[in-house]
Design a protein around this ligand. Structure first.
Ligand SMILES: Cc1cc2nc3c(=O)[nH]c(=O)nc-3n(C[C@H](O)[C@H](O)[C@H](O)COP(=O)(O)OP(=O)(O)OC[C@H]3O[C@@H](n4cnc5c(N)ncnc54)[C@H](O)[C@@H]3O)c2cc1C
Length: 384
């Protein structure tokens, strides 16, 4: 079995395939040291923090996360890498008006799945989370158990180390082309390596659309995403030490933001991050994707998000704001693609902007489908 793409889903698929007894090669490059000059592929997990939570408006995604989060301890132990920071998470939105369906749906799903949360509004919300100025009429669901954030790079390191410990062969190169003939799939790699196997799983994030990998074009849309980073002085980071992650649909405003609490980044500085672009810009070719990943995002979009953060946290003390670029992949049905295109080549991609926290479950489902099983209950809908 060849897993192409050693990112969030691919690394998890490799570990689960090995747990299920398959012989696996996991192929994918490391993160580039200098992104501005890098000519190869990029990934959507090059960051220090991704929100994790079980409460979601979409039943499948709520359940992917429940399953994955129940295994965080196992993944960390298998790989010897900690990645989970359970500081709690808030999902918030207006209870009335045109945008009320988000919080209603999230609450309904949480109640149906028995996910513990505290429902807070008005004065109680302001007293409990004094760092935020949610307007009246907003309901916040605070999830304490396991919710918070994960370090996606560390998650990938943990999955890979766990997979390698189970015998998975790791090759740090790009696959340029997959061929299939006579029941054998051949992977031609950029470093000259040629691998053969009975099956290849393409888990290349946005670059799953690259020619030569999947035999059929995927109806997947890839969007450019900008992120704004507020650098915090040490005292401010300490003041906000118990801040939860936030998913917020404001009653009005240009975007629906998500906000990460103070996180120390590899440069030694501590940042609060906000994302949620005011507009979608589609990236259609790998060349366009690479051009975008090489940038520091779109400063106009970043400025809109920054304003939004300061409306929610007007007392925030910060040293400066910088921006970053990333990309998200969306499927028409809202589920990931976990599907065979031929008997030997399958897709495992389309995180719909939400696959970091639940990558381990998506990888497990990819492994099951690769081994000939269907997508099990309780998941519903299309995956192809
Ligand atoms: C700004 C931003 C914020 C996000 N926030 C959250 C969040 O808060 N919570 C959450 O759950 N999710 C979040 N996500 C989504 C999450 O990060 C993605 O869904 C997840 O990274 C997708 O995993 P993946 O394995 O499909 O892709 P990736 O993580 O991109 O991995 C794909 C891998 O394929 C490799 N690859 C590409 N081409 C080739 C090739 N030809 N040969 C070999 N390898 C190749 C790449 O090197 C990469 O390692 C966010 C995404 C973005 C962009």
């Amino acid at each position: 079995m060849i897993v192409v793409g050693a990112g969030m889903m691919g690394s998890a698929a490799a570990r689960h395939l090995a747990l299920l007894g398959a012989k696996v090669a996991l192929v994918g490059p490391e993160e580039p040291a200098q992104k501005a000059a890098h000519q190869g592929v990029f990934a959507s997990h090059y960051d220090a923090a991704r929100i994790t939570r079980k409460i979601d408006t979409r039943p499948n995604w709520a359940r992917f996360s429940q399953a994955a989060m129940a295994r965080y301890g196992e993944i960390a132990a298998a790989g010897g890498v900690d990645f989970h920071h359970p500081v709690g998470a808030i999902v918030a939105g207006p209870e009335d008006g045109p945008k009320a369906s988000m919080i209603r749906q999230a609450q309904e799903n949480a109640q149906r799945d028995g996910i513990a949360f505290e429902a807070l509004r008005g004065a109680a919300l302001r007293a409990r989370f004094a760092q935020f100025r949610f307007p009246d009429g907003v309901l916040a669901l605070y999830e304490a158990d396991q919710a918070g954030w994960i370090d996606p790079r560390a998650h990938v390191r943990a999955e890979i180390a766990g997979a390698v410990a189970l015998g998975v062969a790791l090759l740090r190169t790009e696959v340029q082309r997959l061929d299939e003939a006579g029941g054998v799939v051949t992977a031609h790699c950029a470093d000259g390596t040629v691998l053969t196997g009975g099956k290849a799983i393409v888990a290349c994030g946005p670059f799953s659309k690259a020619e030569g990998l999947l035999p059929e074009p995927l109806p997947m849309r890839v969007y450019a995403r900008t992120i704004a980073f507020f650098e915090l002085p040490e005292a401010e980071a300490a003041r906000l030490a118990d801040m939860p992650s936030v998913i917020y649909v404001p009653p009005e405003g240009p975007t629906d933001p998500y906000i990460l609490p103070p996180v120390r980044y590899p440069d030694g500085k501590t940042y609060i991050k906000i994302g949620g672009d005011p507009a979608d810009r589609e990236l259609t070719t790998p060349a366009e994707m690479k051009d975008w990943f090489r940038t520091d995002g779109n400063p106009q979009a970043g400025a809109v998000m920054a304003e939004q953060l300061l409306r929610l946290m007007p007392d925030l003390a910060y040293r400066g704001i910088t921006y970053g670029s990333c990309a998200t992949c969306f499927s028409p049905h809202g589920n990931p693609f976990i599907t065979h295109q031929t008997s030997g080549i399958m897709a495992l991609t389309a995180g719909n902007g939400a696959a970091a926290k639940c990558a381990d479950e998506l990888g497990r489902l990819g492994a099951l489908v690769a081994l000939g099983e269907g997508i099990p209950a309780p998941y519903t809908g299309a995956f192809d």
